[in-house]
Ligand binder design. Structure first.
Ligand code: SB7
Ligand code: NI
Length: 185
């Protein structure tokens, strides 16, 4: 079982590396790792389990955050419209995105960052993702708002990018051009 002890923190080189593509079909090892990542996210949102194991709640996790430099991520959350997103993805790719941007009013956090970094993190308002899921199927879907933000945060981890890299140092709370704030859940 993955716990906070497995979560790699800021400063670790693996968080700054470009992760390797996963060879598909995924090996049993890679499949199990991704399933465990998804389970960790679910556990972190279960009050009882989270309390027992001291898990910080999270909506997503990318493999580099457990020290594995491979292109896989897991997300588990419900958006503002009560739509549920729960999946593990191999080699996710943003194949197209809007010009319009969005952001969370209260900024973002990260399980690998043990401090508050205030400021707006500009994200594309809409993205289309292509990936392979845990069942080995190729999937392609369009996301907007909160869901689009979470997936961009996770895909960034696969490219060694941290959320605060996107914050404007001069004007951290200046909304980007052509943007609308996203509704939080
Ligand atoms: C706020 C939090 C997250 C994504 C977008 C906005 C995810 C937090 C958990 N993670 O560190 C996952 O990488
Ligand atoms: Ni993160």
């Amino acid at each position: 079982m993955i716990t906070m002890d497995d979560i790699v923190r800021e400063g670790a080189p693996v968080l700054r590396e470009k992760a390797e593509e996963v060879n598909l079909p995924a090996s049993n090892d890679d499949n199990e790792t991704l399933q465990e990542m998804l389970q960790f996210i679910k556990n972190s949102q279960d009050d009882e389990i989270a309390k027992k194991y001291n898990l910080r709640p999270g909506v997503g996790l990318a493999a580099p955050q457990i020290g594995i430099s491979k292109r896989m991520l897991a997300v588990h959350f419900t958006d503002f419209n009560e739509k549920e997103y729960s999946m593990g993805l191999f080699n996710p790719r943003i194949v197209s995105h809007s010009v319009e941007k969005t952001y969370l009013q209260n900024g973002e956090g990260c399980l690998s960052v043990d401090r508050d970094v205030p400021g707006i993190v500009p994200r594309y308002a809409r993205i289309t993702i292509q990936a392979t899921n845990l069942d080995g199927e190729q999937v392609k879907f369009r996301l907007k708002g909160y869901a689009a933000i979470v997936l961009q945060h996770e895909i960034d981890h696969l490219d060694g990018i941290m959320f605060y890299d996107h914050i404007d140092e001069q004007q951290p709370f200046q909304p980007p051009e052509n943007s609308t704030a996203a509704e939080e859940m």
